[in-house]
Every structure is written in C-alpha cells, then in structure tokens.
Design a protein. Sequence first.
Length: 192
Amino acid sequence: MVVAILALQGAFIEHEQTLHNMGIETIQIRKKTDLDTPFDGLILPGGESTVMGKLLKELDLFDIIKNKIEDGLPVFGTCAGLILLASHIVDDNTVHFGTLPATVVRNAYGRQLGSFYTEGNVEGLGQIPMKFIRAPYVKSVDDHTKVLSIVDEKIVAIQYKNQLGVAFHPELTDNHQIHQYFIDIINQYTVA
Ligand code: GLN
C-alpha cells in the first residue's frame, strides 16, 4: 500500500512520519507528474486551506485530484484538509473540492483562539488525544455523512464513504488510531 500526501504547505511531514512509524509507504504530491505514481489513498494535511486551494489550481493538481476522489480514491483531510473537502464553508462562497457533504466553520472552534489539546471519543476507537490548531468545526452534515466524534458539542470527525475528515491534528500526537482507521478505509475501498 502506498499513501500519497499533499505536500504543498502545512503539516505534511508529520503525516509522513506517522505513516512510516506504522510501516506504510508514502509519496509526496508537489506537482502534476507526482500523480503519475500509483497510490491507494491521499492525505490532505492541515495548514492554510486558502493557500492550498490556490496552489492546487496553480499547479494543475485540482481537477485530477477532485476526479480521483469522486471516483472513490480514499482521502483523509485533517483541519485545513477537511475544509478543502467540505461542500460548504460558512460565510464564504469558496468551495474547494466540495466532495464531502458537510458545512464547516473556519477558525471558529469553541473555546479555541489559538490552539488547544483535549481528549475526545471517536466512534469505534474510544478516547483519543486531539490537538486543535485554529481549527474548523463541522456545523452540519447531510444524512449520508457519518458523524464520528463530537467534542464540546461540536462535530470534529466525519466520514462520507471514501472520505474521512477531522478538525484536529492526529499526526501531532503519538496516537495512530485515526490513521489506522483511514488505512482500514483504504483496504475496504481498494479493489483487490
Ligand atoms: N485555519 C486554517 C484554515 O482555515 C486551518 C488550520 C489548520 O489546518 N491547523 O485553513
């Protein structure tokens, strides 16, 4: 299995290290030809969604990645990555990939102004550490999007078919359970 990590900006190295610790091979996506290497899943890291959205277009990566997600490529967005996937952003007409039916609020997580650490329950995984950094939260989802975690009455982890989105940064903690959850999605969606 090879997992691609969008490596334009933000916390991509930490995802890479987490996956390497789990014994999983990764490649970095920085330019169009990087997409020629076969891969089984894609991580969209945290960072700044506006910057990543712009670079994706400028580097001609946007349409190819969007089509792959629509065709069933397993994708995992963390924080800004979740914003890239979301179908709606509150008070903003911008839609990036828009493939994950959910409405997100940017830079607006509850008690958070800068960043904070907490623990929260994720369906099927139990209590896991969560690091939030200028995080979004999910305001609403459509009927087919599964809510996996709610912290402080806000939705912070969701799944829609091949797409997993979390508002926090699992790659910045030692707990690999969410990454394992994503690997399980890849195994489930990869045609043998
Ligand atoms: N605030 C950032 C955004 O809107 C997300 C922050 C993060 O990824 N840690 O893109």
